[in-house]
Design a protein around this ligand. Structure first.
Ligand code: PEP
Ligand code: MG
Length: 942
């Protein structure tokens, strides 16, 4: 019979079954189950429990029934727990109560269901009153069960229970739940049971086993609840993992003032600071803390009330962190002075905290630098480089009295948006109206997650730093402020206010998740500074060291054996400076035509295009030469010592000309109004533009074709490049220009143009008396034919750079300007394409062409330098492919350089040959031991 259920002391069996792989263990019994099993093994006080596996859940999803034998195994495990605790399930004299808690492989905080206090019935409640002498506690627990069971298992809306309680308290003149007496709670139990009867037509089950059975089923079902599915989609968690179900003996934090409950992180999950951060409540049950309904106390205050339990807690959590080498997110309950640990799992953290914790743990010697690098995702680096509030603008907003409120800074970052007071409206406004949205709620519940995902920021008036809103926002990297208690939110009138300041729904606010300040205005933002983020700088330095390791790639002779370098696409010196400060070690693409679009240059460019003779064209180009030279000079200076790839003009000429339709309208208007001044010139221009018209310009006169058709332009550009290079060299700057010819389709094109250009380069250097200067001529591989004939192309080209925007467009035959707004989304939704191929490289088609082009190109020229400069150069998945096929570098937008540096290190480690991977300190020690052993053996033999 298949085993569906594991008891608290069966960790070894699970490990054995899963080949000793802890990740696999988590896959079977869920993260929570694995943590509980591991803690039990380590002697940490954990209430006896058993876990129903994810496999059982997956069976249930298929058939809608428990798999054969599962329920019987649950009953058997329950008997074991009864023996261990000395209590009996459903026994009025000494009742055992349990919780039924979800727990998938990856933590999905609050996304699935939990039912506490299972086993309470009229009979067992009466028995527990006898036993504990505490009827208030018992009836409070009982009403919680009826409420949770009613909402979670029976699907009754929360309000059906919340309203009668609110009304009751109002009638009695109570403000807080703590004012409710035993009789009051008993009364509520009755009322709640009536709610169940009214909504469902049957009674709340008085059979504890029925309660357990239905709760298990409800947890299984919650795997496919809307919020869980939304969450998994957002987090890219597969939908077929299933959840485990943990049945855990109840311990009570609400048995009086010597009891309590709390949640904590072993380090600050928002900033990464190495200091326990948590909250607790005396005389409360677990969900009270997380729900943010009661105001909690910081964990350090527990020391005053229960020093022994506090010290034990600190000791256990510190050991847990050392054991898992990860920040732990723990839940605990103290029942009459005795500490129980209910959960430990790796804590969700913000991007900022992830970086700090990884670097700190490496510096503390807990993990290796490689591990630190691996722990931070490229997308987290992206978050850290998102814009921040401009410090000056913040001061100004404060001076102008725009500071609206202050709360707990739960998740850092800046967000500006329009206020909406519920998740559905927030999502609608963001998705349909494309608004920037801030979701404001008294507190959030798991049902609000879709609104949070759609929002730029989240603000709540209640709850603490471990409340639902805080935990979820941190995980999603959404700036968030919680517990801004001075704000009064009127959900009916759709306004919030602080004293006499009012913000209505739809109005703009700014949320500073780093400080906890809320402004009733739009505060301007600026780019984030990398230099100020010292831990991130350290981590990226380690990433570069990994990528630079010799022999991290195995490759044929001449091919790169280090990891990828990261270069940047930059058109202007200021972009190049940013790229360099972000760690780029080259410019992979300077699109020179962008310089032609400058307002003062465009008329000259147009004159040059319209010139009827080569002499007239050259005259216009001579006017452009000094400005082009200046552009290049600035680039070389910014990139002193690094290669700079300058691409010769690429786009079709009509892109530089005025809009045809507009011009035609002007001409017609002038004709109708009989205005003659300037009409002839306009008509001539119109005729010229019409003559230039192409039906399919992306495949028309552009790239190298244009250079052959009209060589004067590129001749001027090459002159400008080498004059600038020579001038810089004379100023002592180390210049490495690389001239890139775009859109080559046949080697004959290079044969035609390249020698002419090399002659110009040589002539300029001779004129300037420069004896030695490193330069290259190469080409972009953007046309499938170029990739297919790469061996021949490499006989002229000294380098290849994959222009994967065009290469994708031409390989698929999709116009990149039209595909994305038309059919591409449908293609991805329908599964015809796995992803948008303009964002993530299509390995099977485009990628295969690239792989072939590199291999063929290097048969002709083994040292051929290969890069990528299409948009894919900053996409981690595409970067991995570039590493695998033997690129020397990837080039991307300056803002993505740090992301690409981290991604390059990740893929280098992922694909490293075994012996290079083994170069971590721990393994070295093992290796040394092995050598010692071997030596001893040989000595013996001698
Ligand atoms: C490309 O095609 O990938 C490329 C970088 O060139 P552009 O986007 O300028 O056509
Ligand atoms: Mg291109």
């Amino acid at each position: 019979m298949k085993k569906w259920v594991y008891l608290y002391d069966e960790v070894k069996e699970v490990e054995k079954l899963r080949g000793g792989d802890w990740d696999e263990v988590k896959g079977l019994v869920g993260g929570k189950g694995a943590g509980l099993l591991d803690m039990t093994r380590a002697g940490v006080p954990v209430p006896p429990f058993f876990t129903v596996t994810t496999e059982a859940c997956n069976e249930f999803q298929k058939t809608g029934k428990f798999p054969a034998g599962m329920w019987e195994q649950e009953l058997k495990a329950l008997k074991e727990i009864e023996q261990k605790t000395g209590k009996n399930f459903g026994d009025p004299k000494n009742p055992l109560l349990v919780s039924c808690r979800s727990g998938a492989k990856f933590s999905m905080p609050g996304m699935m269901d939990t039912v506490l206090n299972i086993g309470l019935t009229d009979a067992t409640a009466a028995g527990m009153v006898e036993l504990t002498g505490n009827p208030r506690f018992v009836y409070d627990a009982y009403r919680r069960l009826v409420e949770m069971f009613g909402t979670v298992v029976l699907g009754i809306p929360d309000e059906a229970f919340e309203e009668p309680l609110k009304e009751y308290k109002h009638r009695k003149g109570y403000n807080l739940d703590t004012e409710m007496t035993a009789d009051d709670w008993k009364q509520m139990v009755r009322q709640f049971r009536d709610v169940v009867k009214q909504h469902k037509g049957f009674d709340f089950p008085q059979d504890p086993l029925k309660q357990l059975e239905l709760a298990t089923e409800a947890v299984f079902k919650s795997w496919n609840g809307k919020r869980a599915v939304d969450y998994r989609n957002h987090e890219h968690i597969p939908h077929d993992l299933g959840t485990a179900v943990n049945i855990v003996t109840m311990v009570f934090g609400n048995m009086g003032d010597d009891s309590g409950t709390g949640v904590a992180f072993t380090r600050n999950p928002s900033t990464g600071e190495r200091k326990m951060m948590g909250e607790y409540l005396l005389n409360a049950q677990g969900e009270d803390v997380v729900a943010g309904i009661r105001n909690t106390d910081p964990i350090e205050n527990l020391k005053k009330y229960m020093p022994q339990a506090y010290n034990q807690f600190m000791d256990i959590t510190s050991k847990l962190e050392t054991h898992y080498k990860e920040i732990q997110d723990v839940e605990f309950t103290i029942e009459r002075g005795k500490l129980w640990m209910l959960q430990t799992r790796n804590g969700k953290r913000t991007a900022q905290a992830a970086v700090k914790i990884a670097v700190d743990m490496a510096n503390e010697g807990l993990i290796s630098k490689e591990e630190a690098v691996k722990r931070v995702g490229p997308e987290q680096v992206d978050t850290l480089l998102h814009p921040q509030f401009d410090p000056e603008a913040l001061k100004k907003a404060e001076r102008e009295g725009k500071l609206f409120a202050k709360g707990v800074n739960a998740s850092p970052g800046a967000a500006v948006g329009q206020v909406y007071f519920d998740a559905d409206t927030a999502e609608k406004m963001a998705k349909e109206n494309k608004q920037e949205v801030i979701m404001v709620r008294p507190f959030t519940k798991p049902d609000d997650v879709h609104g949070m995902i759609a929002a730029k920021g989240v603000l709540t008036s209640e709850g603490g730093a471990t409340s639902h809103a805080a935990v979820v926002a941190r995980q999603f990297g959404i700036p968030c402020i919680v517990g801004a208690s001075m704000i009064k939110i009127d959900l009916e009138k759709r306004v919030m206010s602080v004293d006499n300041k009012i913000v209505r729904e739809g109005e703009w606010i700014s949320v500073d998740g780093t400080t906890g300040n809320v402004f009733a205005s739009k505060v301007p933002m600026t780019a984030a500074s990398l230099e100020e983020q010292t831990e991130l700088m350290t981590l990226l330095k380690w990433a570069d060291e990994i990528s630079a390791r010799k022999d991290i790639r195995t490759a044929p002779k001449g091919w790169p054996t280090r990891g990828l370098q990261v270069w940047a696409n930059a058109d202007y010196p200021k972009d190049a400076r940013r790229a360099r400060s972000y760690g780029a070690v080259g410019i992979g693409l300077c699109r020179t035509e962008h310089m032609f679009f400058e307002p003062e240059r465009l008329p000259i460019v147009q004159r040059m295009i319209l010139a009827e003779t080569s002499a007239a064209r050259t005259q216009a180009l001579n006017e452009l030469l000094p400005t082009q030279r200046k552009d290049f000079d600035g680039l070389f200076e910014a990139m002193d010592g690094y290669p700079v790839i300058i691409r010769l003009i690429d786009p079709p000429l009509h892109e530089f000309m005025p809009d045809e339709e507009k011009l035609f309208e002007e001409v017609v208007t002038m004709r109708v109004k009989s205005e003659t001044a300037g009409l002839a010139e306009k008509e001539k221009l119109l005729a010229a533009i019409r003559a230039m018209h192409e039906s399919n310009p992306m495949m028309g006169l552009r790239g190298v074709r244009l250079s052959i058709y009209m060589p004067e332009i590129v001749e001027m550009q090459v002159r400008a490049i080498f004059e600038a290079a020579a001038d810089c060299a004379l100023r002592g700057i180390v210049v490495k220009p690389e001239v890139m010819i775009p859109l080559t389709g046949t080697v004959k094109e290079l044969e035609w143009i390249q020698p002419r250009l090399i002659r110009i380069a040589a002539a300029v250097l001779a004129e300037k008396n420069i004896k030695k200067l490193d330069y290259k001529f190469g080409t972009m591989i953007e046309i499938p034919r170029a990739a297919v004939t790469a061996a021949e192309i490499a006989s002229h080209a000294q380098f290849f750079s994959f222009g994967t925007n065009d290469l994708t467009q031409m390989t698929f035959g999709y116009s990149r300007d039209d595909a994305e707004r038309n059919f591409l989304i449908t293609y991805v939704e329908q599964g015809i394409l796995p992803k948008n191929p303009f964002q993530t490289l299509d390995r099977d088609g485009v990628g295969r062409l690239m792989k072939m082009a590199i291999a063929d190109g290097r048969t002709t020229r083994p040292e051929l330098e290969v890069g990528i400069c299409g948009e894919h150069g900053g996409d981690p998945e595409s970067i991995e492919w570039c590493h695998m096929i033997g690129n020397n570098y990837v080039s991307c937008s300056p803002f993505r350089v740090p992301i690409a540096r981290l991604a390059a290190a990740h893929v280098a480690l992922k694909h490293a040959p075994k012996k290079v991977k083994a170069a971590t300190p721990k393994k070295k020690a093992v290796a040394k031991k092995a050598v010692k052993k071997a030596k001893a053996k040989t000595a013996k033999r001698k």
